[in-house]
Design a protein around this ligand. Structure first.
Ligand code: ADP
Ligand code: MG
Ligand code: ZN
Length: 559
């Protein structure tokens, strides 16, 4: 049976349009503004920052969806500074935590972190401080594993809470099931933050965390910042995904770094097999501008706060559009113009797919810390990972549509490519496009979605349409036999563009659901009957712009 995500009703309140939260009449407003300037050096608030702070300081549970670089940290660091007590921050990556602590200490905000690979005596010292009557820390960072595994920590938190000193629980990059915290600390407000989320992730997270009367703030995933031309000469570059397999990742990251050093670049590498000391050494070099290129695997912390990264270059294929979006978000946090480059070849797809099947693919950082996937789920997860990868391939192969439109569509947002202003490769291409009438194929695809019961993903529909004989397709072929292989004559990229176009133009609706707490995405295509009617009746034609290949040019000339 195909995996069909369950639909759960979750109660939450949209906060984004409620003027209450943008008010400047809260008792803490003056203090907030003063500290934002004095301690953090900001002249104003970014979109939704003030709102989120007001909602969490009013005692509500809050869920925030804000793209990378949007300024999530401030929404809990500022309240932590001006509220009595300690704010607990749960964050999945130690590298990310270290980076935050460094910045906090620079701003004279007392903060500490606990992680499993710290000396026990050092941990004890921090825990003792938590028990003292005048605990000096304003923020305590921990990893999700630490919360799950350490009874000592929970006891200390209970003691803190008992004395009314647990100010707030923050879950940064909230993909983790930490419902236990809300149960244990019922009255403590929870602030859950995430950068990457499809339209329905918020429901899943709100439910998994057991948040109550939660207020939700969503910022668009699009980078709207006014881009200016960079004038910096030693540009910061992150070279991502330099590993081609986990076994060789160390070797490749190193080799690529060496090559770049030979060419005279100040380069360092960063990967999952390095020990903590090596990692923080590289991180410091990077923060202090002693190196300007990092060759990294996905182990390189996404939150590492280096605002002036000018390029994120993907040396090989990311495993999902979410991952890609997240990793690209490391560039241009200062709002200056930045570029992302993806090197793609079909052979990378085969290699990454192989890695996924071998179960070797390194877990991306935002799913880490959620516990290992159990065996029962492994088939389904494999299927999801493969689908996520296929979506990334189809994105990479698409050389016509606006990149921003494609990415935002993936997150359930619509984007007018007219607003791209030639910032993506496809929009800035010299257009040698021909128009092609694809109405017949479009009709068949809509029919296929309908005949197969409207509970399959687009990649399944495409496989059936193009006549695939995979086991899964064979098993489900009977319902749609008449259209199996009807699109054999189309190139895969072409068929998937037609299908995507049908989604963009609302002939089909794509229900994107995050299908499990590990962050994988599944989608199901449905027919929008009222629009499909016009297509079936022949009233509406579908014409696509295609880039001009030689074969198409010939076809065009002789028709
Ligand atoms: P996120 O966690 O959402 O990815 P961060 O909290 O790391 O983003 O913030 C990204 C960058 O934006 C940091 O360099 C931070 O100092 C800066 N920043 C955050 N809020 C503001 C603000 N109100 N004004 C100016 N800069 C800000
Ligand atoms: Mg962050
Ligand atoms: Zn574009």
């Amino acid at each position: 049976e195909p995996y069909i995500p369950s639909f759960v009703e979750v109660n939450y309140i949209e906060g984004s349009n409620d003027p209450k939260w943008s008010s400047t009449n809260f008792p803490w407003t003056k203090k907030l503004e003063a500290n934002n300037k004095k301690v953090f050096g900001n002249h104003s608030f970014r979109p939704n920052q003030r709102e989120v702070i007001n909602a969490t300081m009013s005692g509500y549970d809050v869920f925030v969806l804000m793209p990378t670089g949007g300024g999530k940290s401030l929404t809990y660091q500022l309240p932590a500074l001006i509220c009595p007590g300690v704010t607990l921050v749960i964050s999945p990556l130690v590298s990310l935590i270290q980076d935050q602590i460094m910045h906090l200490l620079q701003a004279n905000i007392p903060a500490a972190y606990l992680s499993a690979n710290m000396e026990w005596t050092e941990q004890q010292e921090i825990l003792r401080e938590l028990c003292s009557d005048y605990c000096k820390y304003k923020l305590l960072y921990v990893t999700p594993e630490k919360v799950a595994k350490s009874d000592v920590l929970l006891r200390n938190l209970e003691s803190l809470n008992g004395r009314g000193l647990l100010a707030r629980i923050v879950i940064d990059e909230a993909h983790c099931e930490l419902g236990i915290l809300k149960k244990k600390f019922e009255k403590t407000p929870v602030l859950a933050l995430t950068a990457t989320a499809t339209a329905s992730v918020k429901e899943d997270v709100v439910q998994a965390l057991g948040l109550v009367d939660c207020i939700v703030f969503c910022n668009s995933q699009d980078k709207k910042s006014a881009w200016k031309t960079s004038t910096s000469s030693s540009e910061k570059i992150i070279l991502m995904n330099v590993e081609l397999s986990t076994v060789y990742q160390e070797w490749t990251a190193k080799k690529v770094a060496e090559k770049l050093q030979e060419c005279g670049h100040k380069t360092a590498f960063y990967h999952g097999n390095m020990d903590a000391a090596q990692r923080s050494f590289v991180q410091r070099q990077w923060s202090k501008d002693e190196v300007n290129i990092i060759c990294a695997t996905v182990a390189f912390g996404m939150g590492i706060n280096k605002p002036d990264v000018r390029f994120v270059i993907h040396h090989s294929l990311p495993k999902s559009i979410e991952g890609y979006h997240q990793e690209c978000g490391r560039a241009g946090r200062d709002g200056q113009r930045a570029s992302c480059v993806l090197y793609y070849s079909y052979s990378d797809y085969i290699r990454v797919k192989h890695m996924i099947i071998q179960g070797q693919a390194e877990q991306s950082p935002w799913t880490a810390g959620c516990g290992r996937n159990n065996m029962k789920n492994s088939d389904r997860i494999l299927e999801k990972n493969t689908e996520n990868l296929l979506r990334m391939v189809s994105y990479s192969e698409n050389d016509v549509d606006c990149r921003r439109l494609l990415q935002l569509l993936h997150f359930g947002e619509k984007f007018d490519s007219g607003n791209c202003g030639n910032t993506c490769d496809n929009c800035s291409k010299i257009k040698t496009l021909v128009e092609k009438d694809v109405t017949e194929s479009a009709k068949q695809l809509v029919e296929l979605v309908k005949l197969s019961g409207q509970h399959f993903s687009s990649s399944h529909i495409l496989e059936v349409y193009r006549g695939s004989l995979s086991q899964f397709v064979k098993r489900h072929r009977h319902e749609s036999l008449s259209l199996h292989g009807a699109g054999k004559h189309l190139a895969k990229g072409e068929a998937s563009r037609i299908l995507r176009h049908l989604v963009i133009e609302d002939f089909l609706a794509e229900d994107v659901k995050k299908s499990d707490i590990y962050g994988s995405v599944s989608s199901v295509l449905k027919v929008n009957e009222s629009k499909a009617y016009n297509l079936r009746s022949g009233e509406q034609r579908i014409v696509l712009r295609c880039s001009l290949s030689l074969s198409m040019l010939l076809e065009h000339m002789f028709h």
